[in-house]
Design a protein around this ligand. Structure first.
Ligand SMILES: [Zn+2]
Length: 239
């Protein structure tokens, strides 16, 4: 893991995120050959702010949010940091691949709100068709059951579910585990069209696989910056 430090020049209110990769050279393809560019962003920043008071900010773990993929080199992202006693939002953006990262400090907090939960109905349908033969569970019943599951999941409150502790490539997507309570609810509603034997088969299959990625629910995260200075919310749109 790359160790990172967020440094602010108090006089200029300029920010820099130092990491162990700052000093790695950059390779650029120019006129038919690779050119090695020695770079040291850290030294550049320290040189520009020599003699100024520098402050070290603490980055709040797991507060990173962006509408882009983690691997996307260009774009805007936000995270929280602690400056003295105050919580601030750091806006990080880069306009082109060759441009340096720009940081902006906004006094306030990030409010992350998960939107409606979804599951991958068509993948679940295929898994059911593989698991159950036509006699065990006819295709029209599989279909109705998956619809019921999708509908039930879309009405769940993400706050009541356990979040899956892995990071996806897309920081604006959060994954959640469905639990036994959800299974009970869906099966109860499915009793209209499933007989007892079918209910117990489906019940067993679901409980055995609840932690599999197939049954994870996903929600898109909406975020707002709650500014602590003017006590108002500022919504950010993608640039
Ligand atoms: Zn400075």
């Amino acid at each position: 893991m790359i160790e990172k430090q967020l440094i602010r020049c108090v006089r200029c209110n300029a920010l820099a995120l130092f990491s162990s990769v700052d000093r790695s050279p950059e390779y650029r393809w120019e006129q038919g050959k690779w050119k090695v560019l020695e770079r040291d962003d850290q030294a550049q920043f320290l040189q520009a702010h020599r003699g100024h008071e520098l402050e070290k900010l603490r980055i709040v773990k797991d507060s990173f949010i962006s509408r882009q993929n983690y691997l996307e080199p260009v774009g805007t992202s936000y995270f929280e940091a602690i400056s003295g006693e105050q919580c601030v939002v750091v806006k990080r953006s880069r306009e082109t691949i060759l441009a340096p990262q720009r940081y902006e400090l906004i006094p306030g907090r990030l409010r992350l709100t998960p939107g409606e939960l979804r599951i991958d109905g068509s993948a679940i349908q295929k898994a059911f068709e593989r698991e159950f033969s036509c006699l065990q569970l006819p295709p029209d019943k599989v279909n109705r059951f998956v619809q019921q599951l999708e509908e039930t999941v879309s009405r769940l409150n993400p706050e009541e579910l356990k979040r899956v502790p892995f990071e996806s490539h897309n920081p604006s997507l959060w994954y959640f585990y469905l639990d036994g309570g959800v299974v009970d609810r869906v099966l109860e509603k499915s009793m209209e069209f499933l007989n007892k034997r079918e209910v117990s088969g489906v019940d067993e299959f679901l409980r055995k696989n609840l932690e599999e990625p197939l049954f994870m629910a996903v929600a898109e995260i909406d975020f707002q910056i709650e500014s602590s200075q003017e006590h108002k919310k500022t919504e950010f749109q993608d640039p």
